[in-house]
Design a protein around this ligand. Structure first.
Ligand code: HEM
Length: 411
C-alpha cells in the first residue's frame, strides 16, 4: 500500500502546466484541506470561502506585511519601509485614519464623472485598431487605460505617466513574488524611492489651488492635519497609483479572455447588454486579478479547528474561494445569472478594495465596447501566456483579430 501523497505547495501554482489549469489545481488543494500548513511557503494556506472571508474580516489577524523591518534584507528594506506606511498593510487605528483621508478621492460622484473620459479613451484605441483587424487587448487597451484613468482622477499630468508606469512595474512584481533575489529587491526599492521623489516634486511644484479629488487636494487635506506627515501621505498616493492600475489591467485581460473562450456567453451579452454589470461581477469571480491576501495572527489562536501561532502568516487564496462549490454551485461555469455579491475578488472586511467602483466602471465600459465594436472578434493565439506571479493573475499579451472596418469615433 502506498502512503497518500501530501498536496503540493501553493508555490506549484507557478508551474507552467498549472497556470492554465489554475482552478483545477486550487480545487485539489481545497478538497484535500481548506486550511493547511504549507511548509515550502512557511505559511497557512486558506482555500475555502468561509475561512477566507472569516480571516479577512477577523480582528485577531493583522495586515502588517513586515512586522520586523530590520529582519528584511537590506535591498528590500527601503521598499518595506514605504509599504509599511500604506493603508493596505496597516491595522486600525492607522488604517482607519488613512482610509478616511484617501477615500475622499473615490466619492461616487468623482468616479462617475470619469465615465465620459474613459469612454473616449476606449473609443480612441478601438478606432485606431478598426482598419487593421487586430487588437492586443493587453498591450493596446488593458495596460494603458487604467493608468490613464487613475492619473486623470488624481490629477497626474500626461507627461509623467510613462515614468510612473515604469516604476510601478518592479514594485508590483516585488509585491507579487514570494521569493525575490537581491537584484529584484534593490530594483523594486529604487523604483519606489524614485516614484516618491517624483510625486513629491510634482505635488509641490504646481501653483494655484488644486482641483477636488486630486492628489494635491488630498495632500492639502492631509497636511492641514498637524499629525499627518508628508511621507506617509506620499506612500499612500503611490499605493493608489499602483493598486489603481495593475489590477484593473489584469481584470480587462482576464475578462476578455473568458469571453473569447465562451462565445455563447459573449453573444448573450451582445443581445442583452443590461447583463453587463452582472457579467463584470461574474468575470471578477471567474478569473480574479488578485489571487492572494495576506494576514498574520496577532496572538496564538484557533481558526477552523487549527492552532495558529502568533506571527504565523495565513495566505487567503481569493481565486480558490471564488470557485468554492459550497458558495458557487457549479463553480467552473461562467454564468451571468448567479445571485451576486459574494465573490472576494475585491477582498472582504475593513480592507475591501477602495477602488472597486472605479474598477467596475472601467470594466463595464471596456466590455461594452469590445463586444459591440469588433465584428467577428476572435482569439489569435491558442495559448495565451500568464505573468509569473502567485499574487496577481494576468496575461502578458492577448492578441485578437476581427473583421477590419473603418470606424467613425463614437460620441
Ligand atoms: C479589478 C480591479 C481591482 C481588484 C481585483 C482589486 C482587488 C483588491 C483587493 C483584493 C484588495 C484587498 C486586499 C487585502 O485585503 O489584503 C484591494 C484593496 C485596495 N484596492 Fe483594489 N482592486 C482593484 C482595483 C483598484 C483600483 C482601481 C484602485 C484605485 C486606486 C484600488 C485601490 C485599492 C486600495 C487603496 C486598497 C487598500 C484598501 C484598504 O487597505 O483599506 N484597487 N483591492
Amino acid at each position: 500500500m502506498t502512503a497518500p501523497t501530501a498536496p503540493p505547495s501553493l508555490l506549484s501554482a507557478l508551474r507552467p502546466q498549472n497556470q492554465d489549469r489554475l482552478y483545477d489545481f486550487y480545487r485539489d488543494l481545497r478538497t484535500a484541506d481548506e486550511l493547511r500548513w504549507d511548509r515550502t511557503l512557511n505559511a497557512w494556506v486558506a482555500t475555502g470561502h468561509e475561512v477566507v472571508t472569516g480571516t479577512a474580516g477577523d480582528p485577531r489577524f493583522s495586515s502588517v506585511r513586515y512586522p520586523d523591518i530590520e529582519a528584511v534584507s537590506e535591498e528590500l528594506r527601503p521598499l518595506a519601509r514605504v509599504l509599511s506606511r500604506q493603508m493596505l498593510y496597516s491595522d486600525a487605528p492607522d488604517h482607519t485614519r488613512l482610509r478616511g483621508l484617501l477615500s475622499r478621492a473615490f466619492t461616487p460622484r468623482s468616479v462617475a464623472a470619469l465615465s465620459g473620459r474613459i469612454g473616449e479613451a476606449v473609443d480612441r484605441v478601438l478606432t485606431r485598431a478598426a482598419p487593421t483587424g487586430r487588437l492586443d487587448v493587453v498591450a493596446d487597451l488593458a495596460r494603458p487605460l487604467p493608468l490613464a484613468v487613475i492619473c486623470d482622477l488624481l490629477g497626474v499630468p500626461e507627461a509623467d505617466r510613462p515614468v510612473l508606469s515604469a516604476w510601478s512595474d518592479p514594485v508590483a512584481a516585488a509585491i507579487g513574488s514570494s521569493r525575490l533575489d537581491a537584484e529584484e529587491s534593490a530594483a523594486a526599492s529604487r523604483s519606489m524611492e524614485r516614484m516618491l521623489d517624483h510625486l513629491r516634486t510634482l505635488l509641490t511644484r504646481q501653483g494655484g489651488s488644486p482641483a477636488p479629488h486630486t492628489l494635491r487636494a488630498l495632500l492639502a487635506a492631509g497636511t492641514d492635519d498637524a499629525d499627518q506627515d508628508l511621507d506617509e501621505l506620499l506612500a499612500n498616493c503611490a499605493l493608489l497609483l499602483i493598486a489603481g492600475h495593475e489590477t484593473t489591467t489584469h481584470f480587462i485581460g482576464n475578462a476578455a479572455l473568458a469571453l473569447l473562450r465562451h462565445p455563447r456567453a459573449a453573444d448573450e451579452l451582445r443581445a442583452r447588454p443590461e447583463l453587463i454589470p452582472a457579467a463584470v461581477e461574474e468575470l471578477l469571480r471567474y478569473d480574479s486579478p488578485v489571487q492572494l491576501m495576506l494576514r498574520r495572527a496577532r496572538h496564538d489562536l484557533d481558526l477552523a479547528g487549527r492552532r495558529i501561532a502568533a506571527g504565523q502568516a495565513v495566505l487567503l487564496v481569493c481565486g480558490a474561494a471564488n470557485r468554492d462549490p459550497a458558495v458557487f454551485p457549479d463553480p467552473d461555469r461562467l454564468d451571468f445569472h448567479r445571485p451576486g455579491g459574494r465573490h472576494v475578488a475585491f477582498g472582504y472586511g475593513p480592507h475591501f478594495c477602495l477602488g472597486a467602483a472605479l474598477a467596475r466602471l472601467e470594466g463595464t465600459l471596456v466590455l461594452e465596447a469590445l463586444l459591440t465594436r469588433l465584428p467577428d472578434w476572435r482569439l489569435d493565439t491558442p495559448a495565451p501566456t500568464w505573468q509569473r506571479s502567485l499574487n496577481f493573475r494576468g496575461l502578458t499579451t492577448l492578441p485578437t483579430t476581427f473583421t477590419p472596418h473603418h470606424a467613425t469615433p463614437t460620441g
